[in-house]
Design a protein around this ligand. Structure first.
Ligand SMILES: [Zn+2]
Length: 217
């Protein structure tokens, strides 16, 4: 039943007051091992497709309780995630890599698709061979694409583009003030302008990475 309001349509009322709250928006809090593990379990929060969401909820997210910590250690060892005390940050290399890899790879929905495929195998709707051949094809595409990338330190470049893949253009951007200057942290590297694919903003990163992890935004 609708609540009866003490007003009628068209009735004039006077405003007794108002106020402005001075507040600031806060950036998302940085990941720690604990919060990243939580988000790997609750990864369905980042998926909009209802069916994929429910699969990811049922399978309790990415990986298993045993493999999840290893996944974090692996991306740290590979230089894709940097430890800063208890915090975990995406490295400049990871941010650059993100603009080159197949979009589906970074999508937790991909895990849901695999789980869905496994479910179909379990229910006899598809054969293990057909399921595996689909994965093989996909992995081959990803590897072919990766082989076309030249990775040196923090920099990734496309060697050449074969037919069949849409070329992802590296966006053009202006150099930031301080570009080319000697790094104030290590005194060896030069600061270079990079583009974050996360927020499309430029930042300065030391080109001595991964030896030096100095970045300035
Ligand atoms: Zn440096």
């Amino acid at each position: 039943m609708a609540t009866q309001l003490p007003f009628q349509a068209g009735q004039q009322v006077s405003v007794r007051g108002g106020r402005v709250d001075a507040r600031k928006t806060a950036p998302p809090s940085r990941y720690t091992d604990a919060t990243l593990l939580d988000d790997m379990v609750g990864v369905h929060k980042f998926v909009t497709d209802d069916r994929m969401r429910s699969i990811l909820m049922k399978t309790k997210g990415l990986g298993t309780e045993r493999t999840r910590p290893d996944v974090i250690e692996k991306v740290v060892a590979d230089g894709l995630v940097l430890r800063d005390g208890k915090y975990l940050d995406a490295s400049p290399l990871a941010i650059e890599l993100d603009s080159f890899i197949d979009e589906g790879l970074g999508d937790p929905g991909r895990t849901a698709l695999l789980e869905f495929g496994l479910q179909n195998v379990a229910e006899g709707k598809t054969t293990p061979v057909a399921f595996m051949s689909g994965i093989e094809k996909y992995v081959q595409q990803v590897v072919d694409r990766a082989l076309m990338l030249e990775i040196d330190g923090t920099h990734i470049q496309s060697k050449r583009e074969k037919g069949g893949y849409a070329k992802k253009e590296r966006p053009q951007f202006d150099s930031l003030p301080g570009h080319g200057e000697t790094c104030s942290k290590c005194g060896e590297g030069k600061m270079e302008t990079r583009l974050s694919s996360k927020n499309n903003k430029t930042f300065l990163g030391c080109n001595a990475y991964p030896k030096c992890k100095n970045i300035q935004s």
